[in-house]
Design a protein around this ligand. Structure first.
Ligand code: HEC
Length: 158
C-alpha cells in the first residue's frame, strides 16, 4: 500500500471510530425513544411548562405532564430553567442525591429492568459524561446548587 493511501485509511478509521458512529443525538436516538415512552403524557395536548406550573395538581390528575415535544421544549428540563429535572425523574436511584430511590418517570423507560436500564443509558450518554447530576439551579435542603463545572459537561446534541 502506498503511503498516501495508508494515511487516508488511518484518517478514515479514526473518524469512523469516534463521533460519527456512536454519538447520541436528539434526532436519531432521543426523539424516537420519547415518542415510544413519553409522548402520551408530554405531547402537544399537554400544557406548556409555564401553564403546567400554574396548576400542577390539576394536570397531574389528568395524567398530563408539561409539554416536551420539541428539542427546545425538551432541553428546558435538562439545563434551564428546570435544571436537572430530566435526571431527577429518570434516575434509577443510584446517582448521588437520589437517596437510593428511582425518579418517578423511571418506570416509563421500559417494561423490564433490562429495557429501563438500556434506555437510561441512552439518555445518560445524550446528556453527557459527568453531566447526569440531580442538582437544581438553586440549592434545596442539603443538595447544593448545580455548578458551572457540571453545566459545562452537558452535551444534549441535536
Ligand atoms: C403516563 C403518563 C406519563 C408518561 C408516560 C411519562 N410522563 Fe413524565 N410526567 C407525567 C406527569 C403527570 C408529570 C407531572 C407530575 C409529576 O411531576 O410527577 C410528569 C413529569 C415529568 C417531568 C418533570 C417535569 C417538571 O415539571 O419538572 C419530567 C422531566 C418527565 N415527566 C419526563 C418524562 C420522560 C422523559 C418520560 C418518558 C421516558 C415520561 N416523563 C413519561 C406523566 C407521564
Amino acid at each position: 500500500m502506498n503511503r498516501k493511501l495508508a494515511l487516508a485509511l488511518v484518517i478514515f478509521l479514526l473518524g469512523a471510530g469516534s463521533a460519527s458512529a456512536q454519538e447520541i443525538t436528539f434526532r436519531k436516538d432521543i426523539a424516537p425513544l420519547w415518542h415510544a415512552k413519553c409522548s402520551v403524557c408530554h405531547n402537544d395536548s399537554a400544557p406548556e411548562r409555564a401553564d403546567f406550573l400554574l396548576d400542577e395538581k390539576g394536570f397531574e390528575a389528568k395524567l398530563k405532564g408539561p409539554r416536551m415535544d420539541t428539542y427546545e421544549r425538551f432541553i428546558a428540563f435538562v439545563a434551564w430553567p428546570d435544571t436537572g429535572a430530566l435526571m431527577r425523574r429518570l434516575d434509577d436511584g443510584t446517582s448521588p442525591n437520589a437517596g437510593g430511590k428511582p425518579g418517578n418517570m423511571y418506570q416509563n423507560l421500559g417494561s423490564t429492568d433490562a429495557e429501563r436500564a438500556a434506555n437510561l443509558k441512552i439518555f445518560k450518554a445524550w446528556v453527557g459524561e459527568g453531566a447526569w447530576n440531580l442538582n437544581r439551579w438553586e440549592k434545596r435542603k442539603d443538595v447544593a446548587a448545580v455548578t458551572k463545572d457540571q453545566l459545562d459537561k452537558i452535551k444534549i446534541k441535536y
